[in-house]
Design a protein around this ligand. Structure first.
Ligand code: ADE
Ligand code: ZN
Length: 347
């Protein structure tokens, strides 16, 4: 997408706004170049001739058509260094976009089911996140996400294998998520493990209302007791649910370019993000799986600004929403919101 000169100015201005990314799958940041590098390093055969062939395969018709490639791509991640390289590349990229805080989902089952120890995954991610905190000034948290196409028993086994690591990663691992194939895997399938994770003091989020119906958003709230909904764009099908989201100020972590790529909407101009925002829903903009969907966080802001005619004030509200909807302590939120107010007034 080429930008007119006035859009380049807008990009610079939005980049300077301190922003949080709250819906990001680290496995979804695997760029084809790194995929090939890691495949060579680990002796993994890829079914593609080169990076162009990988990119050419990114023609998705729905969520499942994406997930098939996404899980296949993750097969090159084997060592602690691989997880570090993946995470560091993402953090460097978002640093350039003006992201100051990231809450990052990872799917341990995608790796443990291939024989990769969960300790390896945690160690690689954490080394990069701590280094980025110290060198780039980006803070971050980890959300361990269960794959909903697998059983709740499998999720429990994953939780049990991760809990002994909790102390070592208590600065990072603060929450639990639920992702993968939504239709046919409703939130209530995971009611028991979410109850257990609540008892353990984890923050709770879940994907709902991406491809699944508004009712899944309702059950994620009522049965899983999540603090945030990932996606949630189908909520607008249910006016009473929408009122609940507005009254309780439940954040939605919306991913516009993802929704476009996965045919949740056919044109970005048809996306309901602006309507939700203007109705008073606490919506945020996020990138989901940026290596697969053609844009990192700043690209998502800019694409929405253009397609939905968002005003400067609305862009600032979206950045403020991202900070407010984060799991950061109140003092950190206040400091970043003050920085945002200052940045927004600078030309
Ligand atoms: N895993 C990675 N990206 C996802 C998405 N958009 N929806 C569900 N699961 C995912
Ligand atoms: Zn997602």
């Amino acid at each position: 997408m080429s930008l007119a000169p006035q859009d380049t100015a807008l990009r610079t201005w939005v980049r300077r706004l301190p922003k949080a990314e709250l819906h990001l799958h680290i496995e979804g940041t695997l760029e084809p170049e790194l995929m090939f590098e890691l495949a060579a390093r680990n002796g993994v055969a890829l079914p593609y001739a080169d990076v162009d062939a990988v990119r050419a395969a990114y023609q998705f018709t729905d969520l499942q058509s994406f997930l098939d490639l996404y899980y296949a791509g993750a097969s090159v991640l084997m060592t602690e260094q691989d997880f570090y390289d993946l995470t560091m590349a993402y953090l460097r990229r978002i640093h350039a976009d003006g992201v100051v805080h990231a809450e990052i989902m990872f799917d341990p089952q995608t790796h443990t089911h291939r024989g990769i120890p969960i300790e390896t995954v945690f160690a690689g991610l954490a080394r990069a996140l701590r280094e980025a905190r110290d060198t780039l000034g980006i803070s971050s948290y980890l959300l361990l996400s269960f794959l909903r196409h697998l059983s709740q028993d499998d999720a429990f086994a994953t939780l049990e294998s991760a809990l002994p690591l909790r102390d070592a990663y208590q600065d990072l691992w603060i929450g639990i998520g639920l992702d993968s194939a939504e239709l046919g895997n409703p939130p209530e399938k995971f009611a028991d493990i979410y109850a257990r994770c609540a008892e353990l003091g984890f923050m709770l989020v879940a994907h709902a209302g991406e491809e699944g119906p508004a009712d899944y958003v309702r059950t994620a709230l009522d049965t899983l007791h999540v603090a945030r909904i990932d996606h949630g764009v189908r909520s607008s099908d249910d006016p009473a649910l929408l009122q609940t989201l507005i009254q309780r100020q439940i954040p939605l972590t919306v991913c516009p370019l993802s929704n476009l790529k996965l045919a949740v909407v056919s044109r970005l101009a048809d996306h309901n993000l602006a309507q939700l925002l203007r109705a008073g829903v606490l919506v945020t903009i996020n990138s989901d799986d940026p290596a697969y969907f053609g844009g990192y966080l700043l690209d998502n802001y800019l694409a929405c600004a253009q397609a939905l005619d968002l005003s400067h004030d609305e862009l600032v509200t979206l950045a403020a929403n991202s900070l407010n909807a984060s799991f950061l302590p109140i003092a950190a939120k206040t400091r970043l919101l003050d920085q945002l107010t200052l940045a927004a007034t600078q030309a």
